[in-house]
Design a binder for this molecule. Structure first.
Ligand SMILES: Nc1ncnc2c1ncn2[C@@H]1O[C@H](COP(=O)(O)OP(=O)(O)OP(=O)(O)O)[C@@H](O)[C@H]1O
Ligand SMILES: [Mg+2]
Length: 275
């Protein structure tokens, strides 16, 4: 405890939600840039492999995507794209339907390649697809921390609960962190969080759902999406950017508080053994 480590092992975060369109990709892109601002090296993996998102949001035009790794045409280094401020991105394909359900061989190859890259980063963030498909549960289970995004819409609560349930019952995941997006106030976010924890406590008592923070609804987000630039870059002093910086601070704090789980090199291999 309290020991100073010159270099912490890389931390893998998955951002997921069950429901689509709740702000996952925006959270990933902006959180990544906020972490970079605080001196971290960050790699985003667009884990919505069949339908690219993150490169569009960042205004990038990648030449290759992860499909080229799977068909043997490119190495992972050749696929990596430079984003703003030193951010690195592994882009997904656009419409390669066969990648929407990765088979074990592809998962293994991907994890080996990511494992090899990881030494160069402090954070690897998975931007997952919506839903509860096997790709989604796979990437969530492969992360150290699962960050769940919900909004005030009731369907987002039922969908995030469905995701928690499947991750717990089928993949033995017990810990989740909530980000409540598109709210008018923190009070609203806390109300939503409380309602979710009530349901989780009642029906899934072994699951712990922590509150990571909230993001205000802000038209600047929509404007930034249209301009294909992250809101923390385009409107750095907006309230929504402050929310994202607070989230990144909490992520950094908890990283330092929680003792690293043994010297386990990485979770990938464990994920395969369990399945
Ligand atoms: N805090 C916010 N304030 C205002 N609008 C927002 C906010 N967060 C997200 N949005 C809007 O919601 C839209 C969807 O966001 P985003 O693409 O990040 O969602 P997603 O969960 O990644 O979607 P998908 O499930 O399709 O991958 C954005 O285009 C943006 O306009
Ligand atoms: Mg998305």
């Amino acid at each position: 405890m309290g020991k100073a480590r010159s270099k912490l092992p890389p931390k893998v975060l998955a951002v997921s939600s069950g429901k689509g369109g709740v702000g996952k990709t925006n959270v990933v892109a902006n959180l990544a840039l906020a972490l970079i601002r605080k001196g971290n090296r960050v790699l985003i993996f667009d884990a919505d492999i069949g339908l690219n998102n993150i490169d569009i949001l960042l205004g990038l035009t990648p030449r290759y995507h992860i499909g080229h790794l799977f068909n043997g045409e490119k190495t992972i280094e050749e696929i990596l794209v430079d984003g703003p401020k030193g951010l690195k991105v592994l882009p997904a394909s656009n419409g390669w339907q066969e990648l929407t359900m990765l088979d074990n061989k592809k998962k293994m190859l991907l994890m080996e390649e990511l494992d090899r890259l990881m030494g160069d980063y402090d954070y690897l963030i998975f931007d997952t697809a919506a839903g509860i498909s096997s790709n989604v549960t796979y990437f969530c289970s492969a992360a150290h921390e699962i960050l769940l995004v919900a909004t005030p819409e009731p369907t987002s609560h039922t969908d995030v609960y469905a995701l928690i349930k499947v991750l717990f019952q089928k993949h033995n995941q017990k810990q989740f962190k909530m980000i409540i997006n598109s709210v008018k106030s923190e009070r609203e976010a806390l109300g939503i969080y409380r309602r979710l924890t009530d349901v989780v406590d009642r029906f899934l008592p072994h699951v712990s759902l922590d509150y990571l923070g909230y993001i205000l609804y802000d038209e600047n987000v929509t404007r930034s999406v249209r301009q294909q630039k992250p809101v923390v870059e385009l409107y750095p002093h907006s309230q929504v950017s402050q929310c994202i910086h607070r989230l990144s601070e909490k992520i950094i704090e908890t990283r330092n508080q929680i003792p690293e789980e043994g010297d386990r090199p990485f979770l990938w291999k464990n994920v395969f053994e369990v399945r």
